[in-house]
Design a protein around this ligand. Sequence first.
Ligand code: UD1
Length: 363
Amino acid sequence: MKVISIVGARPQLVKLAPIAAAFAETEHEHVIVHTGQHYDADLSDVFFSGLGIPDPDVHLGVGSGSHGVQTGAVLSALDPVLDEHRPDWVLVYGDTNSTIAGALSAVKQHIPVAHLEAGLRSFNRRMPEEHNRVLTDHCADLLLAPTEEAMRHLAGEGLEHRARLSGDVMVDICLRIRDAVLAGEHPAPALPEGIDPAEPFLLATLHRPDNTDDPERLSALVGSLAGLPLPVALLAHPRLVARAEQHGIKLEQGSVHVGRPLPYAGLVAAVLASAGVVTDSGGLQKEAYLLDRACTTVRPETEWVETLEGGWNVLVPDPHDLPAAQWAATACRPAPGTPRGVPYGDGTAARRVVRLMEEAAGA
Ligand code: UD1
């Protein structure tokens, strides 16, 4: 079986790591195509080197742009690549512009598409990721769902015949790296200046367009973080830095200490060192959950609803309206300690993904 993985943005590289390792245990040919959606070393190269992922076989180098420009550039650059390789499967990951472009290019060339992380829904049509994931699910041939909830969403859209429960490959990688960090196999993470890892601090990230692109909301969010009673290590995504600069909003204020995005092991170590997490990232919500830290999500909804049970994750839709004291108490609460079960699987999802693709291909 020949499989092409199409990746391009940081969270896809994290998911690619266990998938590439699972394919490496087999006779199957696994080709990696990097679209170039993320190109800064912080968001791309460090994930390949840090997670032991083989270098991409093909790099499309599309870079940034509006949704149409970026998606269109990936689409047109992929056509000749897929035509040359004619794989048995194209495997696309998550919900980015690279995902929808990869899926579209493949179906139009009658190449079977498998979608990893199928069935997630925010039901928020303002999110570019929501269009990407819904459209990808509806054109893919094999829907690899991370959770029972995702399976229910797919059934609700008439897609159950193509859906399989694979578990979540993020568990595979997160737990492997956690163990390596705890065993002292990674250097201490480069936390922002002013953060003392020996003292309690919160780890924060913000990158969703709904949070970064509206100056009033971004200003309210940064103001809320700045007023927290614990120091906040804000790992700033380039979109956040660019929008804050554009709107004249100072990120480094009050409790907030700004640093660069971390490599994956650094991020896991930073979560483990933190007293809690404040974020709008889907991946980080789950990493906090898997690493036993309370998470506060600055969004009106989450795709990862399992994290809300028992208070491990709390949604704060509108920090602007929240009185500082309530916001502070929420963000700084201790981890709840309530039992969680294993809604995301047991850390062997990547091998299951390979088996499900073999079965569906009749290999
Ligand atoms: C993308 C995904 C999002 C995912 C996120 C993870 C889409 C629609 N969104 O959002 O689902 O959660 O990746 O990070 O695909 N930039 C750089 N350097 C880079 C990449 C981007 O400076 O290497 C800047 C550019 O100004 C760019 C902006 O960040 O315009 C946004 O990048 P883009 O890839 O469009 O989306 P993300 O916000 O990263």
